[in-house]
Design a protein around this ligand. Structure first.
Ligand code: ABN
Length: 170
């Protein structure tokens, strides 16, 4: 009988140690000590977005650095901005991409010239700089395309010039 008592006592103690409060605290302590020994890893903060370049110039002038490959009316003169469409228009989901040098830092940036659609053409600040443009028969390399054909209205109003990232150095 003494043997059975001892066996049950041992089992009960081991059960209390692994599944009781003490066991839980022991596990928690081990996890905390373990976690503190893991080095801090870099975290990608998607909400912060790509870092924006320092810029200088007049968004309403065709000479502005972002417009190096544009062909169209500047939305900055039509009630919008380089990054946004004028009220009542919709941004085209497909676009022409150029690479322009920012004179402030001398770096090359990828610029997306999304058209704004849904109102008749703005007719202000026509800007045609065409850097990297190829004839229309090379449709993949031509900026002379109405990107509103991919929007819900195909009526072209103006063009934006959005910085989407830093280009690879040549
Ligand atoms: N992407 C500007 C544009 C719009 C309509 C026609 C030609 C070019």
């Amino acid at each position: 009988m003494k043997f059975l008592d001892q066996l049950f006592e041992k089992k009960a103690r081991s059960l209390a140690q692994t599944s009781g409060r003490r066991g839980l605290l022991k596990g928690l302590g081990a996890a905390l000590v373990g976690a503190s020994s893991i080095p801090l890893l870099p975290v990608a903060r998607a909400s912060e977005g790509p870092s924006m370049p320092k810029e200088f110039g007049d968004e309403g002038s065709c000479d502005y650095w972002r417009y190096c490959a544009v062909d169209g009316f500047l939305c900055a003169c039509c009630g919008g901005s380089t990054n946004s469409c004028p009220p009542g228009t919709e941004m085209s989901p497909i676009t022409w991409i150029g690479t322009c040098t920012n004179p402030v830092d001398g770096r090359n940036y990828v610029i997306s010239y999304n058209d704004c659609c849904g109102k008749t053409q703005c007719n202000s600040c026509l800007c045609q700089r065409d850097e990297g443009d190829r004839p229309l028969y090379r449709s993949d390399k031509s900026n002379d395309v109405n990107w509103c054909l991919g929007a819900s209205s195909s009526v072209y109003h103006c063009s934006t010039a959005i910085v989407v990232g830093i280009a690879f150095e040549k």
